[in-house]
Design a binder for this molecule. Structure first.
Ligand code: KDG
Length: 319
């Protein structure tokens, strides 16, 4: 038995969000949370009972320890985190929008310790203890040493026979779309499961039109075994070895949508590991919907809640 189902790595920032729907400009107090796509996925998987390991590079100060503790609290193994005494941890100020006001994110992350993760410092043998590697385009955008880590991780994972998933996760505040497309495409072509929002597919790769046409185009272009397009409120569509399936989204009373895409990835991978496309889509969408009902990036869903929602039983008072 492998020690981990999934290993992942990437930057996790301290997330400060104004309380009570206040804007960043007017807020006096903030909720202290954490924000990082890969650690969100690691937490989502762990909530579903899978063994996950997440690592990054953190400054050994109260902020770095708080970030690691928030992730560890969900059962994620953080023992591979590279600790440093120098530099700083990234911070994300996230103001949640209430329609028609959009959500605003102000990064304070340039030159963070995580953006300087270097391949020599990582113990890549950790991959020998795992079945699956998950990486995202955010890490590639953080800087040359992080981009190199992603390329090395993919190459080593392939050598060791792990399956690999990649989430494009385009962030316009980190890099322009043309550059992102150019750099990400070769990495995307080496993965087994590829995740993208339909907006990113359009903006980066000119893949648009109806969902069925878009999934066919994305499957052909990148050649992943399973390709997934998330469609916002319309659910998600996936193409898996010639088989295409589309599942509508759940109705949600949204409290905080940040991290919903990562919760989707966690739920989807759960079904992927069972080789069940329908389950992957339904669990992904259930995880994503449940995440939106709680504040913060991290999922607090349980497997039984996800099972119930995926089977169409989401509401009611549980006594
Ligand atoms: O998906 C949510 C995370 O990705 C977010 O909280 C962190 O956007 C983020 C980033 O750029 O690292």
């Amino acid at each position: 038995m492998s020690k981990y189902h999934v290993v992942t790595f990437g930057e996790t920032m301290l997330r400060l969000s104004p309380k009570n729907n206040r804007t960043l400009e007017q807020a006096d107090d903030f909720e202290v949370l954490c924000a990082g796509s890969e650690s969100n996925v690691a937490v989502a998987l762990s909530r579903l009972g899978l063994r996950s390991c997440w690592f990054s590079r953190l400054v050994n100060n109260p902020i770095g320890r708080r970030i690691a503790n928030m992730i560890r609290a969900h059962g994620v193994d953080v023992s591979q985190v590279r600790w440093t005494d120098e530099g700083r941890n990234g911070v994300a100020f996230m103001e949640l929008g209430v329609p028609p006001r959009s959500t605003e994110v102000v990064y304070d992350r340039a030159g963070s310790a995580a953006s300087r993760l270097d391949c020599e410092s990582v113990d890549w043998d950790v991959l020998k203890e795992a079945k699956h590697l998950h990486v995202t385009g955010i890490t590639v955008a953080l800087g040359p040493s992080c981009a190199e880590c992603v390329a090395i991780a993919i190459a080593k994972a392939r050598e060791e026979g792990l399956t690999i998933s990649f989430d494009v996760n385009y962030r316009q505040k980190l890099w322009p779309p043309r550059r992102a497309a150019e750099v990400l495409e070769p990495l995307m072509k080496q993965t087994d499961v590829l995740f993208m929002t339909s907006d990113d597919a359009d903006r980066l790769f000119d893949i648009s039109g109806n969902a069925e046409k878009a999934i066919e185009a994305a499957s052909q272009r990148f050649g992943a075994k399973w390709t997934v397009l998330t469609l916002g409120g319309d659910g998600a569509i996936a193409g898996a070895e010639g088989n295409t399936q589309k599942v509508p989204g759940n109705s949600v009373h949204e409290i905080d949508r940040i991290g919903a895409g990562d919760a989707f990835v966690g739920g989807f991978l759960y079904g992927y590991f069972k080789d069940d496309l329908d389950m992957a889509l339904r669990y992904g969408l259930a995880m994503s919907a449940l995440k939106m009902t709680t504040p913060g990036d991290l999922s607090f869903a349980t497997l039984s809640q996800v099972r119930a929602l995926a089977a169409g039983d989401g509401q009611g008072v549980k006594r």
